[in-house]
Write a protein that binds this ligand. Structure first.
Ligand SMILES: CC(=O)SCCNC(=O)CCNC(=O)[C@H](O)C(C)(C)COP(=O)(O)OP(=O)(O)OC[C@H]1O[C@@H](n2cnc3c(N)ncnc32)[C@H](O)[C@@H]1OP(=O)(O)O
Ligand SMILES: CC(C)C(=O)C(=O)O
Ligand SMILES: [Mg+2]
Length: 519
């Protein structure tokens, strides 16, 4: 869509949290969760949302369709292999979108062509051309990626890229699929390709970098400054396959903070960055490390005396960005057990949480009051956790916690007794275990016998201080499916029980998609 950027200093921000981000093992999301994130990406004003890979599963297809219907301001995109079936599926899923893009790709490196595709280069070239022809039957907005571009031979790349632009590709996305590139080399390669491909100015050039060597953001910026790319593909919190993708918050804030150097603009509303980061972290169960640039809890914290002194005298001494510009807010209204519905609704609005009906608001408000009885102050993260729990409840819970008692004493084996409902019927079970969580899981499994393997257990304080709720993420793996169960409670053993039951509910849920890697 070259006409989207008549101004060559305007960069297109293409978010792929819902596609490449979801390729992180354990980050699979339900349709409703994806729609919530897509709405937040729209508020963030990303130009393009890659909503998924329509041909991957019925769940992915439905999520792309729902996002296409729900989002109006961003272009919605689906990935597809370079074949007619995938492209037709992408087009069908994107049908309700106000603006749609089909992104098709095929690998061009000798290694991938020979070992993975088992195709000759000439066949790959033909397949790429055919794919653009198929896609043109559905839309004029077509993106093409030569997968493993950074390990592909340049002469061959030139031939493929010239051919796909001639067929009608409007964006050429250059991927560093395995995070192998280094900045100067990567930027220079894009520059040479743009110079050598005769019709290169008919397409917008884009970069898609992976973080295997921690260079994704640096490579993306070099692709822009040295290479002349005008689209950056990125994800919230840098989520993505293996070590992740270029992180949206880092690349956008680098461009903004060093506008004097880059001299480029983006359309992003940066005040929506922290809410987006928290939402993605909360939904996927992937905690943000405290020292993560821009969105980490310590990104604007100052612990040492000299720094504190400097900050008090002039903030700029130790801060290059303002916390409020990226969405860190100091709440003026403290929510607690005496707060009313209006204050609660207004905070939901500030957090970008849209509940579909008054009934859902009431259910969330009831949970809020229940929590406020046990916890003096309710933080934004608490509200996000309880809305998320509400979302899962709407999806229909097979297993639901009723009550839990647990005993641990030095030198004694911890013991748990749990009552939970299975499709509305209450059952009780007890077990001992190596620790209290092990005892709880043992008790649940003595009834459910799911056979699921627990591949990750993580616990985070939702907010600061001993008052904080604990948020537990338990990742379960069963028959090639990986799901994250999440539970929050001021009592971390109860949070663990909720997380385990939520994982089991997800394994039972038909909307949960098969993990793409099948790991
Ligand atoms: C770098 C990236 O991020 S690429 C995107 C990765 N994302 C995904 O893989 C999404 C999730 N994937 C899936 O759900 C499945 O892999 C599907 C539905 C896409 C395909 O499933 P299957 O048909 O069972 O194929 P499977 O995954 O086993 O193998 C992939 C096939 O696609 C072929 N293929 C791989 N890439 C491409 C491409 N870009 N264009 C055409 N064919 C391709 C492979 O050569 C292989 O073909 P073969 O079956 O003839 O050997
Ligand atoms: C599909 C492509 C763009 C991709 O994700 C990659 O090569 O990393
Ligand atoms: Mg990728």
């Amino acid at each position: 869509m070259p006409d989207l950027i008549p101004d060559t200093s305007r960069l297109i921000i293409f978010d792929t949290t819902l596609r490449d981000g979801e390729q992180s093992p354990g980050a699979s999301m339900t349709k409703d969760e994806k729609v919530r994130i897509a709405r937040q990406l729209e508020r963030l004003r990303v130009d393009v949302i890659e909503a998924g890979f329509a041909a991957a599963s019925p769940g992915d297809f439905e999520a792309i369709r729902a996002i296409s219907a729900a989002v109006r301001d961003s272009t919605i995109c689906s990935l597809s292999r370079a074949n007619e079936r995938d492209i037709a599926r992408a087009a069908e899923a994107l049908a309700p979108a106000a603006r749609k893009r089909i992104h098709t790709f095929i690998a061009t490196s000798p290694l991938h062509m020979q070992m993975k595709l088992r195709m000759e280069p000439e066949q790959v070239l033909e397949q790429a051309k055919l794919a653009i022809r198929y896609a043109r039957q559905h839309t004029d907005d077509i993106e093409f990626s030569p997968e493993d571009g950074s390990r592909s031979e340049e002469d061959f790349l030139c031939r493929v890229l010239e051919a796909v632009i001639a067929e009608g590709a409007t964006t050429i996305n250059f991927p560093d699929t395995v995070g192998y590139a280094v900045p100067e080399e990567f930027g220079a390669r894009i520059r040479r390709l743009r110079e050598r491909v005769p019709n290169s100015d008919k397409a917008v050039w884009s970069v898609h970098c992976h973080n295997d060597l921690g260079l994704a953001v640096a490579n993306s910026l070099a692709g822009v400054t040295i290479g002349g790319a005008r689209q950056i593909e990125c994800t919230i919190n840098g989520l993505g396959e293996r070590a992740g993708n270029t992180s949206l918050e880092e690349v956008v804030m680098a461009l903004r903070t060093r506008a004097d150097y880059f001299n480029l603009t983006v359309g992003i509303d940066t005040t929506q960055i922290v809410p987006a980061s928290k939402m993605v972290s909360q939904i996927t169960g992937f905690a943000v490390q405290p020292n993560k640039a821009v969105v980490g809890a310590n990104a604007f914290a100052h612990a040492s005396g000299i720094h504190q002194d400097g900050i008090l005298k002039a903030r700029e001494t130790y801060e290059i960005m303002r916390a409020e510009d990226v969405g860190w807010t100091a709440n003026k209204i403290v929510l607690g057990k005496l707060s009313g519905r209006n204050a609660f609704k207004s905070r939901l609005q500030e957090l970008g949480i849209e509940l579909a009906s008054e009934l859902e608001v009431n259910a969330a408000f009831a949970r809020f009051k229940e929590l406020a009885d046990r916890k003096a102050e309710i933080f934004d993260e608490d509200i996000m956790a309880l809305v998320s729990a509400e979302d899962h409840a709407q999806g229909g819970e097979t297993y639901k916690l009723v009550s839990l008692s647990q005993r641990s004493e030095t030198g004694e084996l911890p013991h748990a007794r749990i009552v939970f409902s299975v499709e509305g019927r209450e059952v009780s079970a007890e077990a001992s275990g190596d620790g209290p969580v092990d005892a709880v899981v043992g008790a649940i499994e003595s009834v459910v016998k799911s056979g699921a393997e627990q591949v990750l257990f993580s616990i985070n304080a939702i907010s600061n201080g001993p008052q904080s709720q604990g948020e537990v993420t338990i990742r379960l793996s069963h028959s090639g499916r990986i799901v994250n169960g999440v539970g929050a409670d001021p009592d971390i053993i109860v949070a663990s029980a909720k997380a385990y039951l939520s994982g089991l509910n997800k394994l039972h849920s038909k909307v949960e998609r098969v993990n793409p890697q099948g790991v």
